[in-house]
Design a protein around this ligand. Structure first.
Ligand code: ATP
Length: 362
């Protein structure tokens, strides 16, 4: 069994609490990304799973085995860090073979596994090359291979792609996912890059300030964020969050969005949860904006950002600042006032005081 159970896990450094009350079940063979901004406690969580630091509170179990007091070397975990740990005086072959040799794997088996892994990671032509002369990209690929070749039941990766260049990162996202499917390891992947988390993970665990905020499939968390933090953190740009107040006329609930006007009627699953006068954030994704000649939110265009296939149109100001993503033919200009229609099924509401989502999922 290689499922990972984190139970009320907490870590305090002197008087600073880096992680509080974390509960997370990672299934055998699952790929979970710990996602959050710098300092939110991702690496601390990972280091406790690896056995590099001890929890201050709570427990870690691998299957039904309590990991308390079990040293890293006996946990059956593979670990890859942001900075590749490669023996630069050895060749690529020797680096890949190193762990197998150290654990007494017979020569023929060792050779087969090295060649298979090299093939898998496109390192075959480099097998005889000394690691010293390789690029950062290739060294990081080698570091992943060197850890993966040991076929650990649990594979832990802490920001492994943050030092490689953007094009290579895109390639490695696909390779890492293939690697995990091939070897069926339980994988925990730490990143602050939502693209990595969204594209690779079976589930993402969003963290902030030492707390686990939401866990779910990437699409579920993206579509139904549990808080304004998650709504704004996921997506590029993040979800629009316009402050407003619940209003009702003729039995129809809407949100008064100040200068932008009044929203379209709220769908049933939201209208029941918004009392008149309640302060809310009216949320919608930038890709859910539609320009209309009819009724809609009225917003002045402040900036038109053309980035190839997409155009990001910035509108409104401060409390009602909105970004919308259109294709590159959108006929808007800075200074004009546009009318925006938002399909009510794409609207999410959040309590303006607590930041929590209102009304459940659509
Ligand atoms: P980053 O990507 O920047 O490393 P992170 O989410 O992985 O961010 P952690 O490294 O887990 O964050 O750190 C969480 C908090 O705990 C940070 O404020 C960090 O300064 C603090 N921290 C981590 N290790 C220690 C330590 N050994 N002593 C004191 N504080 C620490």
């Amino acid at each position: 069994m290689t499922a990972i159970h984190l139970e009320n896990l907490g870590k305090t450094f002197s008087s600073f609490t880096a992680l509080r009350n974390m509960n997370l079940e990672i299934a055998d063979g699952e790929f979970v990304a710990l996602l959050g901004p710098s300092g939110c406690g991702k690496s601390t969580t990972m280091n406790m799973i690896a056995g590099m630091i001890d929890p201050s509170e709570g427990a870690i179990r691998f299957g039904d085995r309590d990991m308390r007091g079990v040293p890293m070397s006996r946990r059956g975990v593979g670990f890859v860090f942001q900075n590749y740990a490669i023996f630069t005086h050895m060749t690529v072959y020797e680096n890949l073979a190193y762990g197998l040799r150290a654990t007494g794997v017979a020569k023929a088996e060792r050779d087969r596994r090295v060649r298979d892994m090299a093939e898998f990671l496109h390192l075959t032509p480099l097998l005889k090359k000394p690691a010293a002369g390789l690029s950062v990209n290739i060294l990081q690929r080698l570091a992943i291979g060197r850890s993966a070749i040991m076929e650990p039941a649990i594979f832990l990766l802490d920001e492994p792609l943050s030092n490689v260049d953007a094009a290579f990162r895109a390639v490695m996202r696909t390779e890492l996912k293939h690697l995990q499917r091939e070897f069926r390891q339980t994988m925990v992947y730490v990143t602050h890059d939502q693209l990595e988390a969204m594209t690779m993970a079976d589930r993402i665990a969003v963290m902030d300030h030492g707390k686990l905020l939401q866990v779910g499939t990437p699409i579920d968390v993206y579509n139904n964020p549990s808080s304004v933090f998650v709504a704004g953190f996921l997506g590029s740009p993040g979800m629009n969050l316009v402050k407003g107040k619940g209003v009702e006329s003729d039995g129809i609930k809407r949100v008064d969005l100040g200068e932008a006007g009044v929203s379209a009627p709220l769908p049933a699953h939201l209208s029941d949860s918004v009392p008149e006068g309640a302060s809310v954030f009216y949320g919608f994704r930038p890709e859910h904006c539609e320009l209309t000649d009819g009724e809609g939110l009225r917003l002045p265009v402040t900036f038109v950002e053309r980035i190839g296939a997409r155009t990001i149109v910035h509108m409104g100001s401060d409390g009602s600042a909105v970004k919308c993503v259109f294709d590159n033919r959108v006929p808007v200009r800075t200074g004009e006032v546009v009318s925006l229609a938002i399909d009510p099924s794409n609207v999410r509401l959040f309590n303006a005081e607590t930041g929590a989502a209102i009304g459940g999922a659509n």
